[in-house]
Design a protein around this ligand. Sequence first.
Ligand code: GLC
Length: 435
Amino acid sequence: MDKVRKTTGDASWFVRDRFGMFIHWGLYAQPARHEWVKHNEEIPDERYDTYFRHFDPDLYKPELWAKAAADAGMKYFIITTKHHEGFCLWDTKLTDYKAPNTPAGRDLLTPMVKAFREQDLRVGFYHSLIDWHHPHNIIDPHIGPYRNRPDRVQMNKGRDQAKYARYLHGQVRELLTKFGKVDVLWFDFSYPKPDGSGKGHKDWQSEKLYALVRKLAPHIILNDRLDLPESWDIKTPEQFQPREWVRINGRRVVWEACQTFSGSWGYHRDETSWKSVDQLVQMLVDSVSKGGNLLLNVGPTGRGEFDQRALDRLAAMGVWMKRHSRSIYGCTQAPNGFQTPQDCRLTYNPQTNRLYVHVFAWPFVHLHLDGFAGKVEYAQLLNDASEIKFANSSEFALHGQIQPASSSRNALALTLPVQKPPVTVPVIELFLKRS
Ligand code: GLC
């Protein structure tokens, strides 16, 4: 097996736990049409302030969120402490633009962290580098509500990016010192342009910020969006599934796909492109089969709830995880030599030496596994531990009327029930022989 690039932070739990919840929650939950609404509709501060004045999540019970995540089988969560709009969920000393000053009237982050810890989930903070509210963040021509303003240059008079960087660093210090152990830090994002017009490590003073993070939290897992070529632990493909184990400079890396239920990260009332439970479970399996994690996002409403579409999907994933988490936790890509059959994904637990065949399209009775002959001691369906019989594919084909396929010599043929087991993605658990 190729070696995986070493992380500086402690990723040992991360590559075991595999499944986390992303939460995007801020003022944008109220317009309910994407967390980029301020940028998309070029809404000036005065108008965006309406949402600040009306933010009143009266049904907010983070225990319910944590329970929904734990029941789905998630093992960590990552919450937007501040998104690009600049609004802060906690009682930061560095700005007034925070939840305690809205009708919510309180720090919303502390009880959330507590609730998720009580459900044994690890804690991660997303923190936006971009800030569309801070008076010292320079307005650039690419991103933000004022990017197209003819008086942009004028508006930048008196803005001092270094002051913004100081604010950013100060907030990170708060986040890493006031909430107990934080396991993941997820900065978002840099967009340096060749002509210097975008934003990157110079604007955030990323080297200094990195040093601060490592000083305050040496163990923390850091994502890859500070615009520093080497100073990161995980890669974060967003809204797509990589075709194979993610590599950087030829080396396998620790990675996590982040995905939405419906396209938007913040609560979006009218979005209709919700993924099915099948797709969602398959995305989780697909990630693990390539050595990665899945971070699946929920955008709670302005009243502080997960909406029903999210709850239904989380619950259904939990039903699947209850019987199949053995093929997820502690698992990774299968060793070389085991070929992935058509319409399937393989995962492997190196500790138990079991290999898992996830069948995305249920075939008729026979599933041929190339490269598996002589390697399997016992096979069963994972959902009910019912035995699955198998034979060498070449023997099997000779009983029939046709020539064995050319690859049959090393293949194993599983005999499956005609009917697909009543689960979202059926899994066959193979106990491998110790070699
Ligand atoms: C992006 C978007 C954003 C979202 C994030 C999640 O970079 O700006 O709204 O928070 O990705 O990966």
